[in-house]
Design a protein around this ligand. Structure first.
Ligand SMILES: [Zn+2]
Length: 388
């Protein structure tokens, strides 16, 4: 890049994060190093980097590629479940927020214009197969957007996905007793048709029966995401004896990806413990933060990551599940990495030891020994203060 001159001094970089523990699973990297940014990109990683307009001391802190929260609901004001994407990003040091199907073909353009385009944080989206998106998700009014098959129009989904290729990373479908009710698994089959025609991956939500796991999992394709993967009974992925169910193992072997999607009703410590004990970690960790989960039990991505750390996952595995793994699932490998020359996003975290209480969706409380806190982030080479 062209060096910048400032006060007669040759300045090579815009920003250096100095002396942090750089954890980037996309490069098998876990070492103390400086990370430099210039021109909105990662410019260098190494020891003793100097010559920057701004140098930030991050000694004792963790520097990761910009965190990705692949399951949130941030169509604020346009849908009843939507929360403010920027507030969510800043409290969790997330540089890429993915909305998981709040908008459908009928209202995606408003999401784009009013929320995504003005946002200083990158927002991408799964497009709901249901034309109005998730239109009635709240405590007083809860009507699943997949309950009426008249709302599910694959051709409109394909058309709008094609018009917003820069933002739409896949097709979202929600099936289950709450989300699709009498329509059962039919919305899933329509979503697969749409995703196939659009050449996109799909993210599927499954809540209570119907449909059952075996009506959903065998239909998911390589690279499709099953969210809410560690939900409690019913439709839990583990049996009563703790073993992972055969159709779940078969789906993973086929290349289906399993995402936490914590939310208000979709993550149980018991399920997660059993899955981990039986060699079944998640592929992706996400918060499913929305109006009914952002003030607990999910809170945000860092709390969800902390829960998985406290259940025994390694820091490197947890970071992979929130960086390169979701990037791959979205076919956006330029995200979730600190490769030199790539997008200049990074998250700065504090891993604090202590006694921290965590609660799941069935009110099990555990006391964990560590918790991740936000300490800042870099978006396209520019520093942003986080909140806590
Ligand atoms: Zn959700």
């Amino acid at each position: 890049m062209a060096p910048i001159r400032k006060r007669g001094v040759r300045v090579s970089f815009d920003l250096i994060l100095k002396g942090g523990r750089v954890v980037d699973p996309s490069q098998n990297m876990d070492k103390l190093a400086d990370v430099a940014f210039a021109g909105g990109k990662v410019a260098a990683i190494g020891e003793g980097l100097t010559d920057a307009k701004t140098v930030r001391d991050v000694k004792g802190r963790i520097v990761t590629p910009g965190l990705i929260d692949i399951h949130t609901h941030v169509y604020w004001g346009g849908t009843s479940l939507g929360i403010d994407p920027v507030a969510l990003a800043l409290r969790s040091a997330v540089t890429t927020v993915i909305d998981a199907g709040s908008a459908g073909a009928g209202n995606f353009h408003g999401f784009r214009r009013h929320i995504i385009e003005p946002s200083p944080i990158r927002i991408l989206a799964y497009l709901n197969i249901s034309y109005p998106g998730i239109f009635a998700f709240s405590k007083p009014v809860m009507v699943g957007e997949s309950t009426d098959v008249r709302l599910l129009e694959p051709n409109e989904c394909v058309r709008v996905a094609g018009e917003h290729k820069d933002l739409i990373v896949g097709v979202k479908v929600r099936v289950g007793g709450v989300a699709s009710g009498p329509a059962g698994a039919t919305p899933l089959y329509l979503a697969i048709d749409a995703a196939d025609a659009a050449g996109l991956p799909m993210m599927a939500h499954l809540d209570k029966l119907p449909p059952a796991r075996h009506e959903v999992l065998p239909h998911l394709r390589r690279g499709d995401v099953l969210t809410h993967c560690f939900r409690p009974v019913p439709n839990a992925p583990v049996q009563g004896d703790g073993r992972v169910r055969a159709e779940v193992l078969e789906a993973r072997a086929r290349g289906v990806l399993f995402d936490i999607g914590h939310g208000g009703g979709s993550f149980a410590f018991r399920t997660a413990r059993e899955a981990l004990a039986h060699g079944f970690p998640p592929d992706i960790i996400s918060s499913d933060a929305h109006i009914l989960s952002v003030d607990g039990p999910a809170f945000d991505l860092l709390v969800t990551m902390s829960k998985m750390l406290c259940l025994g996952m390694s820091l490197n595995d947890v970071v992979r599940c929130c960086t390169s793994a979701p990037a791959r699932a979205m076919l956006r490998d330029e995200l979730g990495t600190l490769k030199v020359g790539g997008i200049g996003d990074a998250s700065v975290l504090d891993l604090v030891a202590g006694d921290f209480e965590y609660v799941d969706v069935v009110d099990e409380m555990i006391v964990g020994k560590q918790r991740l806190f936000p300490a800042g982030m870099v978006v396209a080479g520019k520093w942003m203060d986080t909140t806590s």
